[in-house]
Design a protein around this ligand. Structure first.
Ligand code: DC
Length: 447
């Protein structure tokens, strides 16, 4: 858990978003959650003061955060709540006990799973005092006012600098002097003055602190443990089901080293591929999955608990690379699909550069995997799977230790190509996992 607190305009929301993206963490913008409640209070005409009327209004409201965006009763209000009018009412209602009592538990729930960046005023002091890394961002009043003006004009709202400065000063006083959860630097928080820094510079410094923390504590919050019980139990159930439904079979399991880092690279033609490979492998795997999957209520939390970690973009995603590198450095078995998205059964496509890069940079053994039949059992575009035979073949490990000369980019490309050739050999039934030159055979057979 990472918390970022500080006064309005210190740049918290921008850097929190960037830091969360960089680490592949979930962003919890706590101020925006309060703003959503303020918007609701304004729309309903409820008085912004403590009492039964306000409590009755708050009780049924639903405030949630998905992909860093805030929803009020299902409506995405992230942009509407940025107005100065909403900010003013928010500042008033955040002094009230019933408002804080509504929002703080929601924020704790969002943070409970870990892998989160919380941003606000009291996230390190009240919401998550146990967070591993805490930041306190400050900036001069002038710098903050200038930023706020730019932020407002970006959403089409103009305001004179003087007015913004006065408003900010009033909000500082309000935030710092209120009785409940006042703005304070949390004990142990690292203070950063952002007045003369760009957002990227701030994020750079924060990432360095997080890195140092990980090095010191040996704790890797974004890397799942080598063995987890939920995984063990669900794997038994899933393998039983897949044996019945898909007559799941596997060969070459012995090619996966029992311990230590290993990168599994597989062809991809079906949603079934991660569970069938996970089911067929003799040890627990760490998966990289599309970030959107983590936003599906319930499912996102489940796959996170099953060792899945989000990838934000296609191709070379620095955050995903880092996550995978760390998992490998931690001695885990990481499964990736070098082709990226799902394709057709039996047809192999070129690997993305990121896959080769990961293989070369990590120096981990690379086990090629060929899944046969999953693209018939549950192809893209079909809503439910159908019973078809699925076979998983694990090939002999490849090594890309970077001793091949040439420039770095070229080595990544060679590694990407060779892993696809090894997968093609498994598909075609030609033996051997060694990196012998082979004819390009990506187009392959379609059956
Ligand atoms: O960071 P922001 O401008 O979106 O915050 C909106 C208001 O909510 C601001 O007045 C401070 C208040 N707030 C709070 O009281 N506690 C938090 N954890 C976050 C924001």
């Amino acid at each position: 858990m990472i918390t970022i607190d500080g006064p309005a305009g210190a740049g918290k929301s921008t850097v929190a978003r960037l830091l969360a993206e960089r680490l592949g963490y979930t962003l919890v913008p706590t101020g925006a959650m309060y703003r959503a409640l303020a918007l609701s209070v304004m729309r309903s005409g409820t008085a912004a003061r403590e009492g039964p009327e306000l409590q009755a209004h708050l009780a049924p409201l639903s405030v949630s955060v998905k992909a860093g965006r805030v929803h009020l009763d299902g409506e995405d209000v992230t942009d509407v709540v940025r107005s100065q009018e909403v900010a003013r009412v928010t500042s008033e209602i955040t002094t009230l006990g019933s408002v804080r009592a509504k929002v703080t538990p929601l924020q704790r729930q969002l943070a409970a799973e870990g892998g989160v960046v919380l941003e606000g005023r009291d996230t390190g002091t009240v919401v998550c005092p146990d967070a591993e890394v805490k930041f306190y961002l400050t900036a001069t009043l002038e710098a903050r006012a200038r930023r706020r003006r730019a932020e407002l004009s970006a959403v089409g709202a103009m305001a004179p600098l003087d007015a913004i400065t006065t408003e900010l000063r009033a909000r500082d006083t309000q935030d710092e002097t209120r009785e409940l959860a006042p703005l304070r630097k949390a004990p142990g928080a690292i203070e950063l003055d952002t007045s003369d820094l760009t957002a990227d510079q701030v994020v750079q410094q924060m990432a360095a602190v997080v890195e140092r923390y990980r090095g010191d504590a040996g704790s890797r919050p974004d890397v799942p443990p080598a063995s987890n019980r939920l995984y063990t139990v669900l794997k038994i159930l899933a393998v039983g089901t897949m044996r019945t439904l898909f007559r799941l079979e596997s060969t070459g399991r012995e090619n996966i080293p029992a311990t230590g880092p290993v990168l599994l690279v597989a062809n991809h033609s079906s949603l079934l591929d991660p569970p069938v490979i996970g089911g067929a492998a003799g040890r627990q795997l760490t998966f990289l999955a599309k970030a959107e999957l983590f936003e599906i209520p319930g499912f996102g939390g489940l796959i996170r608990r099953l060792n899945a970690r989000p990838i934000r973009r296609e191709g070379v995603d620095p955050g995903a690379l880092r996550t995978a590198m760390r998992a490998l450095a931690d001695g885990q078995a990481v499964l990736i699909f070098p082709e990226g998205t799902r394709g057709d059964e039996g047809v192999l496509r070129p690997a993305k550069a990121g896959a080769g890069m990961l293989a070369v940079l990590s120096g981990a053994p690379v086990v090629p995997v060929y899944v046969k039949g999953s693209g018939h059992a549950w192809p893209r575009g079909r809503r439910v799977p159908r019973p078809r035979k699925v076979t998983v073949t694990f090939g002999e490990p490849l090594r890309f230790d970077g001793e091949r000369g040439g420039d770095r980019k070229q080595r990544y490309e060679i590694a990407s190509r060779e892993m696809m050739k090894a997968i093609a050999r498994l598909r075609d039934g030609t033996t051997g996992g060694a990196c012998r030159p082979q004819p390009e055979s990506y187009a392959g057979r379609s059956k």
